[in-house]
Write a protein that binds this ligand. Sequence first.
Ligand code: SAM
Ligand code: DTB
Ligand code: SF4
Length: 328
Amino acid sequence: MNDSGNDSPWDTKKVRTFYELPFIELIFKSHSIHRQYFNANEIELCTLLSIKTGSCPEDCGYCPQSAHFKTSLQKEKLLAIDQVIEKAKTAKAYGATRFCMGAAWKYPPKKEWDKVLQMIKEIKALGLETCVTLGQLSEIQTKELKQAGLDFYNHNLDTSRQYYKKIITTRTFEERLDTLELVRAADIQICSGGIIGMGESREDRIELLIELASLPTPPKSVPINRLMPVKGTPLGDTPCIDDFEFIRTIAVARIMLPHSFIRLSAGRDEMSFAMQAFCFMAGANSIFSGSDKLLTTPNPSKESDMQLLKELGLTIKKLKKHDQSSYV
Ligand code: SAM
Ligand code: DTB
Ligand code: SF4
């Protein structure tokens, strides 16, 4: 049993000591671990598409897609399969290895289910990895997603158990964990991370990382989003988190999740090349790229990302032929 009262190898005190290291020492440590498990000059490219936008019944305080808040969002029903496949083909031609689709649902509605499964099948057939984020799932749904060829399911814990209640009232942290467990049991790889800069404390960031690292199987993919404050949402006026604290969080995530791809996700559009380079140095090795939009907010253009990779001498990670669904 550790100081936090559970069986995780991580406890708050231990993780806090990483955060409190002198900055250069922390980066040296996380970068050294990064090099043990990954090619430090290689970056994974995932292309993201919002397949159903807005009118979401949940009240996540950061999200422009919640029906609870008045934002300038352009709502859209579930896209047509052909439209999605065209985007996936473009992503593949660009060099992305994974195609990720997001839908603003509490859980996937019955009437759209077959269409979503068909999208996954067709994208998988293109030779891309597939990832979807559709909200809460049932056991049968996870099995059907697996059968359709789904590689990853994105379902973020987003913040600490404590802080979660202050950000979202329409679902619980436990329900998030339940869906992650169903995903794991169906042998779909987990993509789960969080948002940094929602006004949470360092303690909350530590607790989030402990939750992620203590899952029965740590997520293979860990998106770290920097809050994009959107006007009209409760977090619309939140000041930007300090750059060094954000980089420290990436570094600590890399130390605690040595085998995971850490994705520098939302927030890159507001970051300089130097800031992104620091995040890669600290251990981030994946980005959303290939579209100048994330789901609804801006993302750097393809041209800008190619320039970034060129300036840093980074190469794009390719899929291994023998195993397109996992990296061991
Ligand atoms: N509705 C599904 C769900 O919440 O699981 C999937 C889509 S949801 C938009 C996916 C993730 O986007 C959230 O868990 C959150 O981490 C991230 N996100 C949403 N709005 C954001 C914002 N304004 N800034 C940063 N990340 C955000
Ligand atoms: C994740 O962790 N970040 C992506 C993806 N998973 C689905 C979404 C970021 C959304 C940022 C706000 C927006 O564009 O609406
Ligand atoms: Fe809905 Fe997901 Fe946005 Fe929450 S984060 S309001 S569940 S789309």
